[in-house]
Design a binder for this molecule. Structure first.
Ligand code: BV8
Ligand code: ZN
Length: 252
């Protein structure tokens, strides 16, 4: 199947679907200039493993180092823009909504680029770089000024603040899990975009959707651990392929 055939087949599935769930990973932000989670870290972070840094143990051992890493990622996001892939997903959500259908966006990403591209009701399974929580009094709020003046950033109560992201070994937000697992039960199309499908329990949502009878599509330049079970794979960058799917669907 040529990439054009795959784009047409995907557009056909989207045109026929009543309830679409889209699950995105770090790859959907790659064309915005944000390194994917498993791309080799560069510069100061070259000799760190993100899976080691994104843990409560790393924060407890070195709160200054871990919060600096997150704040540098937050600053990088502040200087990035949503790419055509984010914008195509927001436009698709708008079009489906206008003709009484549904597109539910679920993301593993913590950069909030979907929201900046105009998407609504985004389920953030792994939290966000923009929300920070005090480890002493629990106060949490969005921080839009970058960078922090000190690491770890301090709360007015004197406690250290951490990013409100889900670290390895931490549970996902209960409300996000409930919403995500509920919506996949009634979807008829599941698009997995820009994720290697390695992180649980997020990666199991594709299996849930299949179990509920949904057609499944993967959009990724490279094969993943889930390529063998999807109904259709579009091998290429989401920032190029999603606008092409939208184009085939015609003007909304
Ligand atoms: C939990 C926030 C338990 C922080 C993240 C063994 C089996 C099963 C599970 C486990 C296990 N061992 C340990 C676990 C649990 C662990 C886990 O899954 N580990 C993995 C590594 C094996 N999971 C957890 O710990 C979770 N919690 O299980 O709790 C529990 C239960 C009860 C009580 C207490 C606890 C929590 C997991 C959440 C971790 N936090 N992020 C931060 O961002 O710093 S996960 C992190 O990985 C990011 O969120 C990222 O989004 C996510 C997934 O990675 P991807 O998005 O897929 O990114 P990746 O780089 O891997 O891939 C990018 C893809 O994009 C590639 O395929 C590439 O080809 C593609 N791409 C590149 N360019 C493009 C593109 N695609 C499209 N277009 C392009 N242009
Ligand atoms: Zn506090």
């Amino acid at each position: 199947m040529t990439i054009d055939d795959a784009v047409y087949a995907c557009a056909r599935l989207v045109a026929d679907a009543r309830h679409i769930v889209v699950m995105t990973g770090a790859g959907v932000s790659a064309e915005s200039g944000i390194p994917t989670f498993r791309d080799a870290l560069t510069g100061l972070w070259a000799h760190y493993d993100p899976e080691q840094l994104a843990t409560p143990e790393a924060f407890n051992a070195s709160p200054a180092l871990v919060t600096r890493w997150y704040d540098e990622r937050r600053a990088a996001c502040a200087h990035c823009e949503p790419n055509p892939g984010h914008r195509a997903l927001s436009e698709l959500q708008r079009r489906l909504r206008s003709d009484g259908r549904k597109l539910q966006l679920i993301t593993q990403n913590v950069d909030r680029l979907h929201q900046r591209a105009g998407a609504s009701d985004v389920i953030e399974l792994h939290g966000s770089l923009w929300d920070w929580r005090c480890t002493r009094c629990g106060e949490q709020h969005e921080e839009n000024e970058v960078p922090f003046p000190e690491y770890p950033p301090r709360c007015h109560c004197g406690g250290s603040r951490r990013p409100a992201v889900v670290w390895f070994g931490e549970s996902l937000p209960a409300a996000a899990v409930r919403a995500a697992w509920a919506t996949v039960q009634s979807c008829d199309l599941f698009l997995s975009i820009g994720t290697s499908g390695q992180v649980q329990p997020a990666a199991s949502l594709l299996h849930e959707a299949r179990g509920a009878g949904a057609k499944t599509v993967e959009i990724n330049p490279r094969p993943t651990s889930q390529s063998g079970i999807v109904d259709l794979a579009l091998r290429g960058p989401s920032g190029v392929l999603l606008p092409r799917v939208l184009e085939v669907l015609g003007s909304g």
